[in-house]
Design a protein around this ligand. Structure first.
Ligand code: GRF
Length: 197
């Protein structure tokens, strides 16, 4: 059973979906949050999941900030990181310790509409189909290898709120299952390697 830490900055609806998902491959053991009053902290409390708030501006640079986070990850024996509405780039301290073990969800069909306000960007562009992408994290902004995508159709009569709701519904269904699938595949792979030795 893998131990997952979720990083989130705000509302935390994806955090809650993943944390509540019962399965035999992973368990959410920690929430890392970079904002003192984020609603996701209330959700963690309600679900009895330990959380820590680490505020970037209290550190002289990103490496110091991430080293503190890393120490929490070590303390909780975290082996996989899930970003869910975490509004910052991951730096080399975490990337080097968690190579191919950090995933993110983005509310567009990447590589279209990277960065902030992806849904608004898509609407502004006038696309008829947008979607959700789950991808590995690298040093860029929404540039890591794509793991899964799901299209979401935008109908004529939909306003921003409706589109956001439709996208979030898809995120909630998809993210927990994709994480399960990644870890299941990793486990299968490890098992078959040990069988061969
Ligand atoms: C999601 O739409 C996700 O795609 C983006 O941030 C949002 C987080 O929503 N990265 P929530 O905090 O999980 O409700």
């Amino acid at each position: 059973m893998r131990k997952i830490a979720i990083f989130a900055s705000g509302n935390g609806s994806n955090f809650e979906e993943i944390a509540k998902y019962k399965n035999k491959y992973y368990k959410v053991v920690l929430l890392i949050c970079d904002k003192e009053n984020a609603y996701v902290l209330d959700r963690a409390k309600r679900l009895n999941i330990p959380s820590v708030v680490v505020i970037p501006k209290n550190f002289s640079d990103k490496s110091n900030y991430e080293t503190v986070i890393l120490n929490y990850l070590i303390q909780y024996k975290v082996d996989f990181i899930v970003l869910a509405g975490y509004m910052r780039l991951i730096g080399h301290v975490l990337l080097s310790k968690y190579q191919n073990k950090i995933v993110n969800i983005h509310p567009s069909l990447l590589p279209a509409f990277k960065g902030l306000n992806a849904i608004e960007q898509a609407i502004h562009y006038g696309v008829k189909v947008t979607g959700v992408t789950i991808h590995y994290i690298d040093e860029g902004m929404d540039t890591g290898k794509i793991i899964a995508q799901k299209a979401v159709k935008i109908d004529e009569d939909m306003n921003l709120d409706k589109i956001k709701m439709k996208i979030q519904k898809v995120e909630h269904r998809l993210y927990k299952k994709v994480i399960e699938e990644i870890i299941r595949k990793e486990d299968d792979c490890e098992e078959s390697i040990s069988e061969c030795i």
